[in-house]
Design a protein around this ligand. Structure first.
Ligand code: ARG
Length: 463
């Protein structure tokens, strides 16, 4: 049996161990990028005077043919010959040699699979990360639509999952937009990190052929070349960066999911899931379950696991390439698929949400206006700590009597503080509360409208 390394060995490798080491089952996803890298490499070898014009043309023509076949015919990858290919790099090379013979055997001159897999992964991410960013933007777009649809509906905000202060429902939706925009930016940082060409590093020490790596970088769309060949062949920090960005995005999707699971429940009822984004029960006829959101919440654990697992794989490795690095691909691809699926699911569920403004606004009044009552006393000159104590006692009384601020008569108000005047009535409403906020990041209605407008502009340039 002929292998990439047959010359050095007397015997055949153990079949089970070969299968154990093979990555073709999953790295075929890098097929297009592998051919792209090889096409550029042929050109670089030709410019360096290593390949004749004739061999160069034969290799390039065959590679283009192989790419066309691979992108149009999935059965290409499951041919009987492909069954014993170790990885996508050996698959392409075997196909090449099968087509053009000796010239094909010259392609790998001065090059190693160690740098090939590094360049393939970078090329792959250069294509896929912008698509992922657009999918993140789709979720942002769906949230912005809901924020707009919410109009002036109010809801309670929560700290410690206890009612805190009234906010606009649109402010709640925009709260989930901000983390996703940071995620988008995290992927932009990754795009910069991967923008370095590793080719020219050889297996570890560099290449002895006169490759113009700058021209090669330009040809492949990289703006820089790596600094060090030893580092470059064993560097997968960009995989860690991808997994980190993916894991953090999943955490954000999971928090959206959790909020929506709660707020669409019977206990809250602020929002309602569309029929299309819920599931029924096989047993309980009344159920409308948020399965897609639960699955997103569940998958966040899986992606976090991919990051943690991958960092554990990396931590003990000596500098340079080791086969452990092959584990990068399943981690990367699985995290990518889980994230894309989750983003699409959340975009779809959010688009189908309806807002039950009567319920959410109703829940935004009552004792969660206590801070506003204290602010009233501060406006009348009382130090805040004293105001806090006065209102604390008032709240204790209201809870004991099963009442709210609305139920208090003028004399009941003044029995707690002489500073309470007739204007307290219109001061302690949820609408007045949000209207009194001052800062640009607050739930003040005109601040929320400005935030929505700004986010819409971001969306327009990133969708
Ligand atoms: N399939 C290998 C990987 O994913 C490609 C590089 C192989 N290099 C080697 N020296 N075995 O890492």
């Amino acid at each position: 049996m002929v292998h990439l390394w047959s010359g050095r060995f007397d015997g055949d490798p153990d079949k089970a161990l070969m299968d154990f080491g093979a990555s073709f089952g999953f790295d075929r996803r890098l097929f297009e990028d592998d051919v792209t890298g090889s096409l550029a490499w042929v050109e670089a070898l030709t410019l360096a005077g290593v390949l004749t014009a004739e061999d160069s043309a034969a290799i390039a023509t065959a590679l283009v043919e192989i790419r066309a076949r691979g992108t149009s015919d999935p059965s290409f990858f499951s041919s009987p010959e492909a069954a014993s290919d170790e990885d996508v790099h050996s698959f392409v090379e075997r196909e090449l040699v099968a087509r053009i013979g000796e010239a094909g055997r010259r392609l790998h001159t001065g090059r190693s699979r160690n740098e090939q897999v590094a360049v393939d992964l970078r090329l792959y991410l250069k294509r896929r990360v912008p698509a992922m960013q657009r999918t993140i933007a789709r979720v942002v777009g769906a949230l912005l639509d809901r924020a707009e649809a919410a109009g002036d509906a109010l809801m309670p905000s929560y700290t410690h999952m206890r009612r805190a202060q009234p906010i606009l429902v649109s402010h709640f939706f925009l709260a989930h937009v901000a983390p996703l925009r940071r995620d988008h930016q995290r992927f932009a940082v990754l795009l910069d990190e991967i923008d370095e060409l590793p080719l020219g590093s050889g297996a570890i020490a560099g290449t002895s052929y006169g490759i113009d790596v700058h021209a090669l970088a330009t040809n492949l769309g990289f703006s820089r070349i790596v600094a060090n060949s030893v580092d470059a062949t064993g560097d997968r920090d960009f995989v860690s960066t991808f997994l980190h960005a993916a894991a953090v995005t999943m955490v954000h999707l999971s928090r959206i999911a959790e909020d929506l699971i709660l707020f669409t429940s019977e206990e809250f009822g602020f929002l309602d899931l569309s029929d299309a984004s819920a599931t029924g029960s096989s047993l309980m006829p009344q159920k409308k379950n948020p399965d897609p959101l639960e699955l997103v919440r569940g998958k966040s654990g899986r992606v976090i696991g991919r990051l943690a697992g991958w960092l554990s794989t990396m931590k003990g490795l000596p500098i340079g390439y080791s086969k452990d690095l092959q584990e990068d691909k399943e981690a990367l691809f699985d995290a990518e698929d889980s994230l894309r699926g989750s983003l699409e699911a959340v975009a779809s569920v959010v688009s189908g949400l309806s807002i039950t403004a009567t319920v959410s606004t109703g829940a935004a009044s009552g004792l969660l206006l206590a801070t506003d009552v204290a602010d009233y006393l501060v406006a009348k000159g009382l130090p805040f700590r004293d105001a806090h104590e006065v209102v604390g006692a008032l709240v204790r009384r209201l809870i004991a009597e099963g009442k709210s601020f609305d139920d208090l008569t003028a004399s009941e108000w003044t029995s707690h503080s002489e500073l309470f005047g007739a204007d307290i009535k219109e001061w302690v409403t949820p609408a007045a509360s949000v209207g009194r906020k001052r800062t640009p990041q607050s739930t003040r209605p005109d601040a929320v409208i400005a935030a929505l407008t700004e986010a819409r502009r971001w969306f327009a340039t990133n969708a």
